[in-house]
Write a protein that binds this ligand. Structure first.
Ligand code: NAP
Length: 292
């Protein structure tokens, strides 16, 4: 580990693969103390051992678990170095397909993993950050946290929810010296669309949707695996730089960080479509003498 006067302590969920693993490696390389999580040490041993050789501490954490279990695991993480400066809620997966096909259980699992679990991790870390009047919570979202599209509605519920509580929390904890950053990744070449994604055989998902927008969108998602435009090393490096700058980019403190040209474009489209609706509402409100 390189020597570092500004050594920080990180907790990164889902550090056994993909973006979380790359971020853990990046932070270790810069001389920070890093605690990573995986659901099963046994399953992730081969993936994690090289980073453990560089100082990574590992705890088991399933973000779809109940709050008490998550709290107990975060306590273990806190006991390792006595503090967490930067929490990165990264663990997650996508449940994909037309909304009509999802069971209650499948939707709840997606919400527990991507939305509520990260909230419970943050709740368990916050007393430590508040007592020290310092800390940063980074929630890994997606452009799908800003715009829902056909065949990603359940994933969109989870990421919109993550962004919703991130916004509220940022307003609650700023006065305690804690900042919240939402990283909105575009499509990056990780195992995201194969290892953990929840996808069913297209024939089970598509019956009744043949030739529809949802069918085409679902087929497009399934075919995108390993062809995503984003280089995960570059995307994570950008996020790392913004975190190390305390959430500042181009001299301005930001809350949302779109990462990747596709994320910038899609979020821009979303903002424009909201602006168009607002404009119509504004014109009607101004022209109607019986305004609401
Ligand atoms: N790659 C993209 O294109 C992309 C785009 C936008 C947003 N994102 C977001 O980026 C984050 C990381 O995704 P990735 O691309 O790195 O995917 P990945 O390669 O599939 O890695 C996902 C990580 O999350 C963990 N995980 C999955 N389900 C979990 C659960 N129930 N509890 C705890 N950990 C769980 C996995 O760890 P274990 O299996 O060891 O538990 C793994 O380390 C996710 O939140 C994802 O939504 C990714």
């Amino acid at each position: 580990m390189a020597s570092n006067d500004n050594q920080l302590t990180w907790l990164i969920t889902g550090s056994s693969a993909g973006l979380g693993k790359i971020l853990a490696a990046r932070a270790l390389e810069a001389g920070h103390k890093v605690i990573g999580t995986c659901r099963s040490r046994k399953k992730s041993r081969a993936a994690l051992e090289p980073l453990m050789g560089k100082g990574l501490e590992v705890i088991e954490l399933d973000t779809s678990a109940q709050q008490v279990e998550i709290e107990a695991n975060v306590k273990k993480a806190l006991s390792i170095y006595g503090k967490i400066d930067i929490l990165v809620n990264n663990a997650g997966y996508a449940a994909l397909g037309p909304l009509e096909r999802f069971t209650d259980e499948e939707v709840l699992k997606q919400l527990r993993t991507n939305t509520l679990g990260p909230l419970h991790v943050a709740q368990a870390v916050l007393p430590n950050m508040r007592s020290r009047k310092s800390g940063m919570i980074v929630n890994v979202s997606s452009y799908v946290g800003m715009r829902g599209d056909a065949a990603n509605g359940v994933y969109a519920i989870s990421k919109f929810g993550l962004e919703a509580w991130s916004e509220s929390l940022s307003k609650e904890v700023a006065e305690f010296g804690i900042s919240v950053l939402v990283a909105e990744f575009g499509a990056f070449r990780t195992g995201f669309l194969n290892t953990n994604a929840f996808v069913r055989a297209p024939k089970d998902v598509i019956s009744g949707y043949e030739g529809s927008t949802a069918e085409k969108a679902y087929a497009g998602i399934l075919q995108a695996d390993e062809k995503q435009p984003g280089d995960p090393e570059k995307g994570v490096d950008h996020l790392f730089q913004v975190i190390m700058a305390g959430g500042f980019l181009g001299g301005r403190k930001i809350f949302r960080l779109p990462i990747g040209a596709d994320a910038v474009e899609i979020i821009g489209d979303k903002v424009q479509s909201v602006q168009r609706d607002l404009q119509v509402a504004k014109v009607l409100e101004e022209s109607d003498s019986t305004a609401l």
